[in-house]
Design a protein around this ligand. Structure first.
Ligand code: ASP
Length: 388
């Protein structure tokens, strides 16, 4: 499926949402079906991909090496992303002369202990039913390692998982071929439902988040592709466009996972065992866009409340923004929920989240696209920097 068709879908979606809002609301069901089909594939794909990837890697040492490199790249890029965001918000000083409309927002708090505990499943079937990908990854990684440890008939087991993976990818390609019409419906409905007025009062805040995301996505991440691999990053962007547009329209890294895996395997031609391991993990752990968003939001709200932040508090915000991003589920609006971790760490009133909730969905489109782009970039670098 050509990414130019996805572009056409988005443009037509914007126009239809704007000029024919009633019609857009009526065809919402098409986008909903597309989203359900994507979500339907995520868990079977993750289970088959992660277990198969660990077996295909063939040894615990190799897994350790690739795993350590992957996770280090995730944290490195997320920290840079946060610093980029802080730079933009401090530069634009967005609270300057603004009127804010306060909105009600029910705050749910998450402690650091909750965050750590959320990695561990108590009942793996419940994790599957709840769609808790991180817990499923944890379990499948252990199963993969245990299969290697048992060591019997490894080739047959590996054949079995690779076969199932191919079956899943056929399903993925079918669903992916519906992308243009799916994004058309999702975008037109989103445009039909959103007013422009809310953006005016939060204009500089929105610009800080979007500017930071564009800088990170179009400058920093391409730069590290070039520095680490000497490949042309713009070819990688071009091949990734359809996944980024799906992320943009669905606001969900996990719903986009089947598409980003298809893109990395079919178009960018990365090694299957790398894609199978790096992307599912990245979809839930690596969130460049969410980390940036959380830091910018905390600094913005602090300045609206007249709280002067010192250097140490900026440091704490950076650290907790990364953790909050790691802890955020890969679904729409998740970043807003884990934001309480950042706010509590530096004593920003949690009601402040109500100030920014109106533009959350809009910013979610951009941050999810960056989250997915960050995963693809790390998969690309890991693929090129590790031996087959
Ligand atoms: N929607 C984002 C994602 O799925 C998470 C967030 O809310 O920041 O990647």
């Amino acid at each position: 499926m050509k990414s130019s068709w996805v572009f056409v879908g988005i443009i037509l979606g914007i126009l239809t949402g704007f000029f024919l809002p009633e019609f857009s609301k009526k065809i919402k069901i098409i986008g909903d079906i597309f989203l359900l089909l994507l979500k339907m594939l995520v868990l079977p794909l993750v289970i088959v991909a992660i277990t198969g990837a660990i077996i295909n890697l063939g040894s615990f040492d190799k897994l350790k090496k690739i795993g350590t490199f992957t996770v280090s790249m995730y944290f490195f890029t997320m920290f840079v992303s946060v610093i980029v965001g802080i730079f933009f918000i401090v530069l634009l000083d967005p609270s300057d002369g603004m009127k804010v409309v306060k909105n009600e927002f029910n705050v749910s708090t998450k402690t650091f202990d909750d965050f750590i505990l959320s990695f561990f499943p108590s009942n793996v079937f419940k994790s599957i039913v709840d769609g808790n990908i991180l817990q499923v990854i944890f379990f499948c990684t252990l199963v993969g390692i245990a299969i290697l440890k048992v060591g019997r008939e490894i080739e047959k087991v590996s054949y079995f998982f690779n076969y199932l993976f191919d079956v899943m990818m056929v399903l993925v390609r079918w669903v992916v071929s519906l992308t243009p019409i799916g994004v058309f419906s999702l975008i037109s409905n989103m445009v039909a439902n959103s007013g422009l007025d809310v953006f005016v009062s939060l204009f500089k805040y929105v610009i800080s988040v979007v500017g930071g995301i564009l800088f990170q996505g179009l400058f920093f991440l391409p730069l590290i592709i070039f520095l680490f691999t000497k490949h042309n990053p713009f070819v990688v962007i071009k091949n990734s466009i359809s996944a980024l547009l799906v992320a943009f329209s669905t606001c969900s890294s996990s719903a986009t996972l089947p598409v980003s895996m298809e893109v990395c395997i079919d178009k960018i031609k990365l090694r299957k065992e790398i894609v199978d391991f790096v992307l599912p993990l990245g979809a839930t752990v690596n969130m460049n866009g969410t980390a940036l968003y959380e830091a910018v939001a905390a600094i913005f709200v602090a300045s609206v409340f007249g709280i002067d932040l010192n250097f140490y508090q900026y440091f704490v915000i950076s650290l907790t923004a990364v953790l909050a991003a790691v802890g955020a589920a890969a679904i729409p609006g998740a970043g807003l929920v884990t934001m309480s971790i950042v706010f509590s760490a530096v004593g920003i009133p949690l009601e402040g989240i109500g100030l920014i909730v109106v533009v959350d969905r809009f910013l979610d489109m951009f941050r999810t696209a960056l989250n997915v782009w960050g995963d693809i970039v790390v998969a690309f670098i890991v693929d090129k920097r590790t031996n087959p």
